[in-house]
Design a protein around this ligand. Structure first.
Ligand code: 5GP
Length: 120
């Protein structure tokens, strides 16, 4: 990870189990848990175990095994939650313009209702 990763951010604390979360999945590379303020019937966050702020940070610094493990975990979670057939949306906010609130990389997974067509 880069030098300015904040070890005190909320998801770092979720990873260390200093604050509770409703986990739906975990493996060597990733942890998934319900968003505290869900925007859809299914709103899960998938995060890498490593200390990465953003997709760019992660892709620049993480090993191929870590990147592969994390990307695979996102797919496993979508499938295990039964979303493959009805469908789902993945979203990543990175940095100020995207309104990223928590500076630990997270993929939002939305499902459980029609989500409509959307680009931004
Ligand atoms: P961002 O805007 O950074 O992409 O999204 C941060 C997400 O984290 C938001 O959807 C917010 O509801 C969620 N969140 C913030 N704090 C907590 C928390 O303490 N626990 C959980 N489970 N989700 C959180």
């Amino acid at each position: 990870a880069t030098g300015d990763y904040d070890e005190g951010n909320i998801f770092a604390r979720v990873l260390r189990e200093e604050i509770p979360s409703k986990r739906v999945y975990e493996d060597e590379w990733a942890v998934a848990f319900h968003d505290i303020n869900p925007q859809a019937p299914v709103h899960v966050l998938v995060i890498p175990r490593g200390a990465w702020r953003s997709w760019a940070d992660f892709s620049a610094g993480a090993s191929d095994a870590e990147i592969g493990g994390f990307v695979r975990a996102v797919g496993v979670v979508a499938r295990e939650l039964g979303l493959e057939a009805p469908g789902y949306r993945l979203l990543v906010n990175a940095g100020l313009d995207a309104g990223q609130e928590v500076p630990h990389l997270h993929v939002h997974l939305f499902g459980g209702r029609g989500l409509g067509a959307m680009l931004v």
